[in-house]
Design a protein around this ligand. Structure first.
Ligand code: NAD
Ligand code: ZN
Length: 356
């Protein structure tokens, strides 16, 4: 079997230290998964790991198509835990998965992170395939090899780098994604646009009936791929992907995780743009444009939390660097700059200006 015999329109190659891999993108790409597994010589026993929402939508179909068992965990970030990993190990053993086996993660970022961590650690690591179903997982979570779980003390505190054998992105799975999750994925694409590509900064692109959306998807995937290839272990430039995230992680935390990550990122992008202006890096047009776009997509541009509480939550961010807080700011579109010299007062003033 060669790639040309597989009816998937496009392949993006990813260079990674643990081995190069490919992202296959195209309508109905999931239906070619059997052929892709063969192409990659993944001939051992496989299992699909999904959640109880995705199982009836796509999991059962895929399980029948491939003739492999389906493991469905409950839906939700609260199940991205070591307890769930432990339960997965039991299922993998029950299904007789050995060192030649493959874990196929079918779901959003929660499933990718959880199943990927199980695949990275079970028998010291077995093959792993990502079949992302949410927009956020397609453009962000499935790419870059970071897998892991949450602890009661914080999100993503335990993890590993585990590159997939390949990723298969099928845009025909997106229509069933709830609107609130769709705009969360859009938030990460807008972030990518602010970092690298102005053409992604148009609210009309994110309408659900956009026939050209696959182009947006490919562009956003390519941007994330470029970052992770240049900095696979997040030692330098990959940190730019945290644009808006110093604010976002703090807001998520202060909200008691009632705000979705993407919602917090929408707000965080507005705040980062305002902070860039306050630091004298750009003029007022940039934050105005970001706020207009984030609002037009339906993401929050304001929050009601006490600025001092949000600022305090930043101090415990996993991504902080020693005692200094690190912000990704913008000199303009596609001109990010990492700064560790932002005065606390400037952060508080930005938060106050965005208080609802
Ligand atoms: N590893 C990384 O580099 C990385 C990067 C970003 C985010 N993440 C992680 O990803 C997670 C967030 O991912 P997410 O936003 O995909 O959340 P998620 O996995 O919880 O999915 C969101 C919701 O959408 C549902 N869903 C997904 N696809 C669907 C579809 N096609 N049709 C209907 N419903 C569907 C899910 O069941 C869930 O209820 C977080 O745990 C975050 O930490 C990881
Ligand atoms: Zn994010």
């Amino acid at each position: 079997m060669t790639f040309s015999e597989i009816p998937v329109p496009e392949r993006i190659a990813v260079r990674a230290p643990q081995g190069d891999y490919a992202i296959y993108i195209g309508d109905k790409a999931l239906k070619t998964l059997d052929a892709l597994l063969q192409l990659h010589n993944l001939n051992g026993k496989a299992v699909i790991v999904t959640n109880q929402t995705i199982a009836p939508l796509y999991g059962e179909m895929l399980s029948a198509l491939l003739g492999v068992p389906l493991i469905a965990v409950p839906d939700g970030e609260q199940y991205k835990t070591l307890e769930s990993v432990r339960a997965l190990y039991d299922k993998l053993l029950d299904h007789g998965i050995d060192r030649h086996g493959t874990v196929i993660a079918l779901g959003g970022g929660v499933i990718g992170d959880l199943a990927g961590f199980a695949a990275a650690t079970y028998l010291r690591g077995i093959a792993f395939v990502q079949a992302p179903t949410s927009l956020l997982a397609m453009v962000d979570a499935s790419i870059g090899g970071k897998v892991g779980v949450d602890l009661p003390q914080g999100k993503n505190l335990v993890g590993a780098f585990k590159q997939p054998a390949f990723i298969v992105v099928d845009p025909t799975l997106l229509p069933t994604l709830p609107e609130a999750e769709w705009i969360c994925g859009a938030a990460e694409i807008i972030k990518a646009g602010l970092l690298r590509d102005e053409s992604l900064l148009d609210a009309a692109l994110y309408q659900r009936d956009n026939k050209e959306f696959v182009k947006v998807l490919k562009r956003a995937i390519q941007i994330k791929v470029d970052y992770v290839q240049r900095d696979p272990y997040e030692q330098n430039i990959r940190a730019e992907l945290n644009l808006g995230h110093t604010f976002a992680h703090a807001v998520e935390k202060v909200s008691g995780y009632t705000w979705r990550h993407g919602e917090a990122v929408g707000f965080g992008l507005v705040a980062a743009a305002r902070l860039s202006r306050a630091m004298g890096l750009c003029d007022a047009a940039l934050p105005e444009r970001v706020e207009q776009l984030v609002g037009a997509i339906g993401l929050p541009t304001r929050c009601s939390f006490e600025p001092s509480a949000v600022r305090a939550a930043m101090r415990t961010d996993k991504k902080r660097h020693g005692q200094t807080l690190r912000f990704v700011l913008l000199r303009g579109i596609a001109q990010p700059e990492i700064r560790e010299d932002v005065p606390e007062q400037a952060v508080l003033e930005v938060l106050e200006s965005l208080r609802s």
